[in-house]
Design a protein around this ligand. Structure first.
Ligand SMILES: C[S@@+](CC[C@H](N)C(=O)[O-])C[C@H]1O[C@@H](n2cnc3c(N)ncnc32)[C@H](O)[C@@H]1O
Length: 258
């Protein structure tokens, strides 16, 4: 069985749009999982995905890379805090925020902390966070983090919003937890709702083909409200923002033009 045949069958089996992901990356991940589970070849791997629930779960988990941390790329979060959020709250009575491919929740919770620190009243915003990995969504909901995830949290915020629980693990304050609603969603398959003032999609484009990125950029741009902002990862750029009705405002922040 060629890798391409395997990929098509897995895509059908798991109902995933694997064609939008960079093929060599998908291939590397599959072979490393096979080595770990002593799976001989692609046919056996497919059989295990079909017949072994635990292996199927391990496959999906291994495929979705969940690396995340609070205030990942602090300079960008500073720009969000000092320029983007004040502008959005100045221009809109209610601000709709979507963290797409949110992983363990540290990204949307970082935003929730910033807004809480700004003293904005709770009825003036909503934060929705989505991901394709149900396990990581459950972890996000629990909101218990290790030291590594908190490395970039300023000491005052750490003191205020986290309580040590055990073995270098910290529970996020319930006030912040309540500000984020987590929902399962496959970004490559499902419909998007519209009227978002801020869409944060960081460190997901890197896994996609050029075509996959363009399609997602167009769909995000369509889902933004007028003058809404798209916030990407620090190594992710849109080469021709104008083609998507966007303009670059700084680093990986783009604003909807009309
Ligand atoms: C590297 S993490 C990025 C987390 C966070 N945005 C950040 O920058 O720290 C990538 C996330 O994309 C999610 N993901 C992968 N494919 C997806 C898809 N088709 N739809 C939604 N989320 C997906 C993974 O489950 C993972 O949590």
């Amino acid at each position: 069985m060629t890798f391409s045949e395997f990929k098509d069958q897995v895509a059908r089996e798991l109902d995933l749009r694997l064609d939008s992901y960079k093929l060599n990356r998908v291939e590397r991940r599959v072979y490393s999982l096979m080595r770990r589970h002593q799976v001989e070849d692609l046919s056996e791997c497919l059989q295990r995905i079909r017949g072994d629930k635990d292996f199927k779960e391990a496959f999906v988990k291994h495929f979705t890379i969940n690396t995340s941390e609070f205030f990942r790329n602090p300079t960008s979060f500073k720009f969000l805090e000092t320029r983007v959020l004040p502008l959005l709250f100045q221009e809109n009575e209610k601000v709709n925020i979507w963290s797409a491919a949110c992983s363990n929740g540290s990204e949307p919770y970082s935003v929730a902390m910033l807004i809480n620190e700004m003293g904005i009243s709770r009825d003036r915003y909503q934060i929705v966070a989505t991901d394709i990995d149900r396990f990581i969504l459950e972890a996000a909901h629990q909101a218990v983090y290790n030291d590594q995830a908190l490395l970039r949290v300023e000491p005052a915020l750490r003191e205020k919003y986290f309580t040590p629980v055990a073995d270098d693990r910290y529970q996020l304050d319930a006030r912040i937890k309540r500000q984020v609603r987590f929902v399962y969603q496959d970004l490559l398959k499902e419909e998007f709702s519209s009227n978002w003032n801020l869409i944060i999609c960081r460190n997901f484009f890197i896994y996609l083909t050029r075509e996959g990125k363009d399609t997602l950029t167009r769909r995000f741009a369509e889902s933004l409200a007028y003058r809404g902002i798209l916030f990407l990862g620090n190594t992710e750029f849109i080469f021709e923002p104008g083609a998507f009705n966007l303009k670059k405002i700084e680093g990986s922040f783009y604003q909807k033009l009309s």
